[in-house]
Write a protein that binds this ligand. Structure first.
Ligand code: ZN
Length: 287
């Protein structure tokens, strides 16, 4: 599932094609993705200009000239590609699974001045979705109400993290996946941040000393920044809109590396299942 660095990479890649452009034509090839598309989706987008392309957690949010915002979530396997003045899906791409046109569910024909660009949303598993919400009420909408701070914003301070984890009995791994604690983290970057900080994923969140949470905090930020700089991680179902693979998966210290030697102590990386999700960690270096 795309996490914050992958969604941020998509946002950066789509910005040039989308921001300032108007929807000339919107084609929905099915009535639903994970959820039904909003009523009169095409009509409401038609003619509207995209004012900005923002990210909140794992969501893309595009405020429009119409007063509504287009909210997009990639789910498990959603991806955008663009075709137009600059073809951003050239032949030699690195999709682990090539997009099949049958899964092209939504097509945006955009125009900015004389430039036309087609943006295609492809999603084989259809866990992604799109929504239209009045821009003034986006932050109170069901998608964002109660969502925790953005980890790369000034709101995410060591004190905020200490306070969010206080009294939580759940394992720290699960607590960091909770989007009300901090937005945008998923399985990969939680495993990596806990390894960097030397914190066991199985430790109860509320039992970790404030001093150790203060050491964990910059590791969360650091792993996200490193992953964004690498263009995200490419797993089975993710590729950036230009088709290029992200490179961070080559730098995973623990994620998907069970049995391989820990980079610090050389003992094998372990894999356990927590709340139905695989956790990778070093039983020696993480306490
Ligand atoms: Zn180790």
């Amino acid at each position: 599932m795309p996490e914050l660095p992958e969604v941020e990479t998509v946002r950066r890649n789509l910005t040039a094609a989308m921001v300032g452009a108007r929807f000339e034509r919107v084609e929905c090839r099915r009535a639903d993705l994970r959820f039904p598309l909003p009523e009169r989706f095409s009509d409401r987008l038609q003619g509207a200009r995209i004012e900005a392309l923002n990210r909140r957690g794992k969501y893309l949010v595009a405020p429009l000239s119409s007063g509504e915002s287009l909210v997009m979530h990639l789910g498990m396997s959603g991806r955008f590609s663009t075709e137009g003045a600059q073809r951003l899906r050239p032949g030699g791409v690195y999709f682990d699974s090539a997009p099949i046109a049958a899964h092209d569910h939504v097509v945006f024909d955009m125009r900015a001045g004389n430039e036309r660009v087609r943006i295609i949303y492809n999603d084989p598993r259809r866990f992604g979705f799109m929504d239209l919400i009045a821009t003034e009420s986006v932050s109170q909408s069901r998608h964002f109400e109660g969502m925790g701070p953005e980890p790369l914003s000034e709101d995410f301070t060591p004190a905020a993290l200490i306070s969010a984890l206080h009294g939580k009995k759940a394992p720290i791994k699960s607590a960091l996946l909770d989007q009300s604690v901090v937005a945008g983290l998923g399985n990969i970057y939680v495993c990596e941040a806990l390894y960097r900080a030397g914190v066991s994923p199985r430790r109860s969140a509320g039992s970790i000393s404030a001093a150790r949470v203060r050491r964990l905090h910059p590791e969360i930020i650091g792993v996200l920044q490193a992953a964004i700089a690498a263009g995200g991680s490419t797993l089975k179902d993710y590729a950036a809109p230009d088709g290029a693979a992200g490179g961070f998966q080559e730098r995973f210290a623990v994620y998907d590396r069970s049995g391989e030697p820990c980079g610090r102590c050389r003992r094998p990386i372990r894999r356990v299942v927590q709340s139905g999700r695989a956790t990778f960690f070093c039983g020696t270096c993480q306490r």
